[in-house]
Design a protein around this ligand. Structure first.
Ligand code: TMP
Length: 401
């Protein structure tokens, strides 16, 4: 197979088997499910990691259940991003900011009072309607060269284009990046944020692997991708959000913007750490951790104790299905998103309930499937008056905290 970024040959890294798309929650237990191969391959030329098989985008995104939660850690992250962008001069108070994959518009809502104009694009009709109802100007559709050209005619060229956690969600990132190159103002800035492959590997986050995550970006693969579309990387930031994210800032080749020292520093670190040896250790650890979590769950159930999952996350779907956990092991899964409640996790067939139900149930253990919000989740549960439930942290390695 070939790398969908640079076209060189790839080889298989990890096969998680056949799985349902992680956000395809079921209305009832008996609903039929489609399963597709879930495996990652690597390119040794540009150090890109990608899925071997990509589910059609219409199937994944036309009706979508992932609504960006309103969480203190996300709001802090938005402030971190905007402070950096204003501090470095990427943003000013009259900037036009355009966001690709804007979901319900939470980041644009944060930016709106701070800049001149905001506009988003998102492929999921149900999600776009919620953004528009919330006062965020949003176009419904996939972003590519054609939609970019149409947006330029109707809205003009943005000073800043943002693509947070969406460039990995498309089989062909060239479609998005060529659209960015088409639409961005000549002296504009492009900010792209993704889960960082280095963190995914170092922290053993195999649950980041699901059908929507078609790419696991490294600095090397992003530099190659940008260069193919006349974009130049000028800044790199690391952020703890979503298990360790990386933020890339790029400009058009003709821009005079200077490269920040962060590019050489982070690229040097990546070259030293993101090696073939790390890939091998990651795969070995996934196998060990799967057995460890499965043994722990069986031990708890053997004592007739109860376990709920907390967070009907896409990560949790991979985790539970890969480890072979289902409604016989996990009583329910709590989640704050109203449209997820009453639905079922595909394959595992675990019913999703409200957080209040979880507070009332006081199970012996919570499996933290939203481990990226663990502090928030644990304090919420303790603040509900539950001082007894214990917590299973599955990543980076199974442990009770
Ligand atoms: P994410 O990790 O992809 O952002 O998904 C987080 C999921 O966890 C989302 O479905 C909302 C849910 N959640 C809760 O149920 N309670 C919480 O306190 C937080 C922060 C998230």
């Amino acid at each position: 197979m070939t790398c969908r970024i640079c076209g060189e040959a790839t080889s298989l890294l990890l096969d998680l088997g056949s799985m349902p798309p992680a956000n395809r929650l079921k209305a009832s237990r008996a609903d039929t499910e489609q399963h597709y191969p879930l495996a990652v391959e690597r390119c040794l030329s540009c150090f890109n990691l990608q899925l071997t098989y990509c589910v059609a985008e219409e199937e994944l995104y036309s009706h979508y259940f992932y609504l960006t939660p309103d969480s203190p850690s996300l709001r802090a992250h938005y402030r971190f991003l905007t402070d950096h962008m204003f501090g470095e001069g990427y943003l000013s108070h009259d900037s036009f900011v355009f966001e690709i994959g804007s979901n319900v518009g939470r980041f644009l809502e944060h930016l709106k009072p701070l800049v001149g104009k905001v506009h988003g694009i998102d492929p999921a009709g149900n999600v776009c309607r919620m953004a528009v109802d919330n006062g965020i100007d949003t176009t419904c559709g996939f972003f590519n060269r054609e939609t970019a050209a149409a947006l330029e005619r109707t809205h003009g060229a943005p000073d800043v284009i943002v693509a947070r956690h969406c460039a990995a969600h498309n089989k062909d990132p060239h479609a998005i990046i060529s659209g960015v190159a088409e639409l961005l103002a000549d002296d504009g800035y492009f900010l792209m944020e993704n889960a960082y492959a280095l963190n995914t590997l170092v922290n053993n986050e195999f649950d980041q692997i699901y059908h929507e995550h078609m790419f696991y970006y490294s600095i090397r693969s992003v530099v190659r991708l940008f260069a193919l579309h006349g974009l130049r990387l000028i800044d790199v930031l690391q952020a703890p959000i979503h298990g360790g994210s990386i933020v890339f800032v790029a400009v058009k080749d003709g821009s005079k913007a200077a490269e920040r020292p962060s590019v050489a520093v982070e690229a040097g670190r990546e070259a030293a750490v993101l090696t073939e040896d790390l890939l091998k250790k990651f795969v070995d650890h996934v196998h060990v951790n799967r057995a460890r979590l499965s043994d722990l769950i069986n031990e708890i159930l053997g004592r007739n104790q109860t376990i709920w999952a907390y967070g009907a996350t896409a990560k949790g779907v991979t985790l539970m299905n890969y480890v072979g956990l289902d409604s016989r092991h996990i009583s329910y899964c709590a989640d704050s998103t109203p449209i997820k409640q009453g639905k079922y996790i595909p394959m595992a067939n675990i019913e999703i309930r409200s957080e209040q139900d979880a507070f009332d149930a006081q199970p012996d253990y919570f499996l933290l499937t939203a481990w990226n919000y663990k502090e928030e989740v644990i304090s919420k549960i303790r603040n509900s008056g539950n001082m007894t439930s214990r917590f299973i942290l599955p990543i980076p390695t199974t442990q009770i905290i």
